[in-house]
Write a protein that binds this ligand. Structure first.
Ligand SMILES: [Zn+2]
Length: 433
């Protein structure tokens, strides 16, 4: 921890704005004329280099879409015109997980990799991780950036990192027990999967001294029922974290767990807009998160449309941090929100309803829309020993009571539904014209 860093997360908000303003000015200075993607984009919007100097100037800039970054990559493969510096300047390449569209490559310099680690330090410290912790990463170390950045954060913090790649779930459980893992970073889905494997093999979960789980990659740690289920299975606290390969590790949950995540405002500038009109939303109103990262000038994201729905909260947090919060974490994807018979339905809301039934081991949801009408189909796997028909009916009633929608709920045979190690794909939309 540097002397600079500790005060910044507790600094008065005017001080935070100074920090952002200073970093943004430096970013503009480096990017304009050097980064082909942004220079062309801004010139097309009629902006001259001298015009950009303050925080308020950010609003003059056009939004950046993921599809533009993908096109920029096609124009100048393999890294694209958003690479500000010559290729020799970069020391790492990763790519997005490609859950939406094809993967996008991202590159980092030694400095911006250091920055990823710095952001992860906020995440780890938020969860109360200290140098004496042993952090287990049950993750196959492929090109996806997420937990690689966690490794760098753990290194900077001085805790012990236990790599758990290349093992099956049972081996991982034993490794955590034998090495005394105290923290685990994984997707919420995988935390539940590990607990399920432990149950199948009569492995004693209490033999693992894990006290905190840090989750990323998908919603879950912000879904009350999923969080409660993970915390019960692991007898540990579960912390939410959000980030993206194109943007950085931008938000984390603090030890006070105020049902939301802090955005690291010393390293990012968040804005919230109406996804339809682009109009700025007020704190408390849900809208799309637009983010500008301040520590990756070699591959910047400036006014980047994340596609994530958030609700900004500027009120003070009991932990003393002055960083703004996203109430309820990431509420869902702008694209995933479906309107069924006039009701706005978010996948996280359905997940929350289904997860309250401890007898449901796994589920899948399909939304079929036809001519503005929609229908919700839910498949559940019921824990052996439970009355499947009774659980099925109760899930159906819970969804009807909460959303005033009549879903079709069916029971799938045990083990029939997909299990996930990384990002889960439990929601499917079928537009039938
Ligand atoms: Zn807090």
């Amino acid at each position: 921890m540097t002397l600079f860093e500790q005060p910044v997360e507790n600094a008065p908000r005017e001080k935070l704005r100074d920090v952002q303003s200073q970093k943004l000015r430096e970013l503009f200075r480096v990017v304009f004329e050097r980064n082909r993607f942004y220079t062309e984009k801004w010139r097309e919007a009629g902006i001259a280099p001298g015009e950009l100097g303050s925080l308020a100037d950010l609003a003059k800039l056009p939004f950046t879409h993921k599809s533009e970054l993908a096109r920029a990559q096609d124009e100048a493969p393999p890294f694209g015109t958003n690479a500000t510096f010559p290729a020799e300047a970069y020391s790492r390449v990763h790519q997005t997980s490609g859950t939406t569209g094809r993967p996008l490559r991202v590159v980092d310099t030694p400095e911006s990799w250091e920055w990823w680690g710095r952001c992860w330090r906020f995440v780890l410290r938020g969860a109360g991780v200290t140098p004496s912790d042993r952090v287990f990463l049950p993750f196959s170390f492929g090109p996806f950036i997420g937990f690689w950045a966690a490794v760098e954060g753990v290194r900077q913090l001085g805790a012990m990192m236990i790599p758990g790649g290349g093992w099956d779930s049972l081996e991982r459980l034993r490794m955590m027990r034998d090495l005394g893992a105290t923290v685990i970073c994984c997707t919420p889905t995988y935390a539940l999967r590990l607990a399920e494997v432990a149950r199948e093999h009569r492995f004693e979960m209490r033999s693992i001294p894990v006290r905190a789980l840090i989750h990323a990659g998908e919603p879950g740690a912000n879904v009350a029922q999923t969080k409660a289920r993970i915390e019960a299975a692991w007898n540990a606290k579960c912390f939410d974290h959000a980030g993206a390969s194109e943007v950085g590790a931008h938000s984390f949950e603090c030890e006070r767990q105020p049902k939301g995540i802090h955005v690291i405002e010393s390293e990012f500038i968040p804005e919230v807009i109406d996804p339809e009109t682009g109009k700025k939303m007020q704190p408390g109103e849900a809208g799309e998160l637009i983010i500008t990262n301040l520590g990756r000038p070699g591959f910047p994201a400036i006014r980047y449309r994340t596609g994530d729905l958030v609700r900004l909260n500027l009120s003070p947090c009991a932990c003393g941090r002055t960083f703004a919060r996203f109430d309820g974490g990431l509420l869902g994807r702008v694209d995933d929100m479906v309107t069924i018979r006039g009701v706005n339905v978010y996948p996280t809301a359905i997940e929350n309803l289904i997860r309250q039934f401890s007898a449901v081991d796994e589920f899948q949801v399909r939304v079929k829309t036809r001519q503005e009408m929609g229908h919700l189909e839910v498949q559940i796997e019921v824990h052996s020993g439970s009355d499947a028909e009774d659980v099925r009916m109760r899930v159906e009633q819970a969804i009807y009571r909460a959303l005033s929608l009549r879903p079709t709920v069916t029971v799938a045979p045990a083990g029939a539904l997909a299990r996930f190690e990384m990002k889960a794909r439990r929601f499917q939309r079928l537009d039938q014209g």
